[in-house]
Design a protein around this ligand. Structure first.
Ligand code: 5RP
Ligand code: MG
Length: 212
């Protein structure tokens, strides 16, 4: 079982405050995400700034793309993103079109999806999914539990690299002990911490403690 990556999700509402956090934690995390909220606010400029700051880091555009896969992917790739996300209800042609224009597409699992669809994503050449607890579900009282672990395990067994996200903090990680998670994605658990750099270091240390 390999060491899971740590990805920071920058879901800031403005580019300036995202850059401030990135400057503090960019060298600690493995992957930098231009979050959906931030991309909606700042567009391609966000990805360009992240790439200019970190020429050698993996950068992900969390576009949650539902249509026009080719154009959205080309715009993200031209700006410097390595990977981008498509929402799970996008059609296979949208995902395939996106996948042709950028290094990799990740499928964001929200709401209703099936393992039959998941097999179709694999057949279409897409081998990454993001298992998500939505902000709004968590706010409504949903918590991480065995039902989530079972789905993550099943997706791993199918052959996916599975990222996990949604309200994660350092204490949540131990729940996934023994599960071959590819990447933990943390937004507010880092960006809203009193000391974001220390929070990122704490995430990394906990990952090493559990999976190292
Ligand atoms: C929401 C997202 C977020 O980037 C992801 O959930 C991480 O944020 P947080 O840790 O703050 O929940 O894609 O749709
Ligand atoms: Mg995100």
């Amino acid at each position: 079982m390999s060491l899971p990556n740590l990805q920071i999700a920058c879901d800031h509402s403005d580019l300036a405050s995202a850059l401030k956090d990135i400057k503090n934690v960019g060298d600690v995390v493995d992957i930098i995400e231009a979050g959906t909220i931030l991309i909606l606010q700042g567009g391609q400029e966000v990805i360009k700034c992240f790439r200019a700051l970190y020429p050698d880091k993996r950068i992900i555009a969390d576009t949650k793309c539902a249509d026009a896969g080719s154009t959205v992917a080309k715009n993200c790739a031209d700006a410097g993103a390595d990977w981008m996300t498509c929402i799970c209800c996008a059609t296979i042609p949208t995902m395939k079109a996106a996948n042709r224009e950028i290094d990799e597409v990740q499928v964001e699992l929200y709401g209703d999806w099936t393992y039959e669809q998941a097999q179709q994503w694999l057949d279409a050449g897409i081998s990454q999914v993001i298992y998500h607890q939505s902000r709004d579900a968590l706010l409504a009282g949903e918590t991480w539990g065995e039902k989530d672990l079972n789905k993550v395990r099943k997706l791993v067994d199918m052959g996916f690299r599975v990222s996990v996200t949604g309200g994660l903090n350092v204490d949540t990680l131990k729940l996934f002990k023994g599960v071959n998670v590819y990447t933990f994605i943390a937004g507010r658990g880092i960006t809203q911490a009193e000391n974001p750099r220390q929070a990122a270091i704490d995430f990394k240390e906990e990952i090493k403690r559990i999976w190292g």
